[in-house]
Design a protein. Structure first.
Length: 160
């Protein structure tokens, strides 16, 4: 694994960083740009439909990058021998952060899918109940966690 990492280090680190940027950046754009626009839609039913549609598109875009991020993280942990280094604790913290973010993403996807079914059935209150925590709590949580993980990665890059 270490030989592979040494040979392709630039590409591995690049794909890791761009994946984090797409995932965290996509959530920031959705929460602080798109969300404000959605709130201007007067029809509650249309607003919920647009939010559910936009979330589906976001999740479709970010999921491959999340997978790339996780794979490159494993390669980098092995390649840099982080588990056997003075950075072991930080490495595990970063793994934990991305793991919590991934679990949160899966829950958001499930909530969005449930909301989509509810919208199709005309249950707008139920759909709102599924979607509201995504924008209020889940996406902001992942943004904070993602920025923290990116900071730890920046710390690594200046010390490895």
């Amino acid at each position: 694994m270490q030989e592979f990492f040494t040979e392709y280090k630039t590409f591995i680190v690049f794909f890791h960083v761009i994946s984090a940027v797409v995932w965290v950046g996509g959530m920031i754009a959705m929460r602080y740009a798109a969300h404000a626009s959605f709130m201007e839609i007067e029809s509650p039913a249309k607003r919920l439909e647009r939010i559910a549609h936009a979330l589906k598109r976001l999740f479709t875009i970010v999921l491959p990058f999340v997978i790339i991020l996780l794979l490159t993280a494993v390669v980098m942990i092995k390649g840099y021998s982080l588990s056997q280094s003075e950075f072991s604790a930080l490495s595990h913290a970063k793994e934990g952060i991305w793991s919590v973010m991934f679990i949160n993403l899966i829950v958001m996807m499930k909530r969005r899918n449930r909301a989509q079914v509810m919208l199709a059935e005309g249950d707008f209150a139920g759909a709102k109940g599924q979607l509201e925590p995504i924008g209020k709590f889940m996406v902001p949580l992942n943004i904070v966690l993602g920025i923290s993980a990116i900071f730890i990665g920046t710390y690594f890059s200046s010390h490895l």
